[in-house]
Design a protein around this ligand. Structure first.
Ligand SMILES: [Zn+2]
Ligand SMILES: [Zn+2]
Ligand SMILES: [Zn+2]
Length: 350
């Protein structure tokens, strides 16, 4: 993530709603990827600070209605474009019932993680269209409750976090810190985050979008295995027997060894994580190059050094490791495939 500043000079952040120094309202503009300071006019328009209302030809913006109505979004949209929602919120198909306590907070956490995912995808120039815009190939998101998140309302229901037919489903319980942490412990995982889930499921989405054939598919099979392997049987085997013994040598996570497409989604998620984390490291002066400027090989090496430092700092703070993973030479080859796949998608996008 890059650094953002209010027009007054104070540093602000990707999910900031307002500048704490001058009180200006902040809006993220996803087409230019800029944070814009301003205020809301009596007509509900967003008036950019330092711009005259009458300046001819300048872009006019409005806040997303999810800000006005629920305060869960800080993105801007073009004024009078016929939509109520910003680009980022246009992917939502289902949100939980906001009459129930906790759901507004879950949704807010979901928006923060989803916007960060979208930012990362846009930086990589990946094609991101909503399923309302492109019903065949677009992306939609469902945040849904089940028995675990709303036992009195959905008894004996089970919503699996996953991807199917262009739709990413996230169980609302994953946006609940205490509940997600207890799942992490029960599943003996070293890392479980909402952003991690979204990155993983986005890997399934881009696989579905690209639908690899020919040489690309052959190269995938060589590195990851045959994606047409029985999915249910593979997952059952994984949950019964656990990962293969020496998984660390070949896979980024234990879950990766469950099925070639799970390995794909995990490797994809880590590719995105490393890219975004290094962009943050660069913006904050910890490394002297942007991840866009150096080959994957150097990015992985730099991240290996940095993440050891972050882990040590976290341990000093009494926290768990930031990045409890190791990118082995085998995993690096798979990440090189992810990069090739991203470049193909980005080129087709332009
Ligand atoms: Zn300010
Ligand atoms: Zn929005
Ligand atoms: Zn998956």
């Amino acid at each position: 993530m890059k650094k953002f500043y209010c027009l007054c000079g104070r540093r602000v952040f990707f999910d900031s709603l307002q500048c704490v120094a001058c009180g200006a309202k902040l809006g993220f503009e996803p087409y230019s990827m800029q944070m814009i300071s301003g205020w809301e006019t009596s007509q509900g328009q967003f008036q950019e600070a330092g711009q005259s209302n009458l300046s001819f030809g300048s872009q006019h913006y409005e806040f997303c209605s999810n800000r006005a109505d629920y305060n869960v979004c800080n993105w801007l949209k073009p004024a009078n474009d016929g939509n109520k929602l910003c680009f980022g919120c246009s992917f939502n198909r289902t949100i939980p019932n906001l009459q129930r306590p906790d759901n507004l907070d879950r949704w807010r956490q979901f928006e923060v993680a989803k916007k960060r995912l979208l930012y990362g995808l846009l930086v990589l120039r990946l094609p991101v269209k909503s399923g309302f815009e492109d019903p065949q190939k677009g992306l939609l998101l469902d945040l849904i409750e089940d028995e675990r998140s709303a036992p009195n309302h959905y008894p004996e229901s089970f919503v699996a976090t996953g991807f199917a037919g262009g739709v990413i489903t996230i169980n609302a319980i994953e946006a609940d810190d205490a509940a997600r942490e207890s799942i992490r412990v029960a599943m003996n995982e070293s890392y479980r985050t909402l952003l991690g889930h979204l990155r993983h499921e986005s890997g399934h989405y881009f696989w579905f979008l690209q639908n690899p054939q020919g040489q690309l598919l052959e190269d995938f099979i060589f590195l990851f295995g045959d994606p047409s392997q029985d999915y249910q049987a593979a997952l059952e085997r994984h949950y019964q027997l656990g990962p293969i013994e020496n998984w660390r040598e070949y896979y980024i996570s234990a879950y990766s060894s469950a099925h070639p497409l799970e390995d794909w989604a995990e490797t994809w998620a880590h590719y995105l994580l490393i890219h975004d984390a290094l962009e943050s490291a660069y913006a904050n002066g910890l490394v002297d190059f942007s991840p866009m400027e150096v080959p994957l090989e150097s990015r992985i090496q730099t991240w290996a050094d940095l993440s050891v430092a972050f882990n040590e700092i976290n341990r000093s703070s009494g926290l768990r490791d930031t990045y409890p993973f190791v990118v082995t030479p085998q995993v690096k080859r798979k990440m090189q495939f992810v990069e090739r796949f991203i470049i193909l998608l980005a080129q087709a996008n332009h």
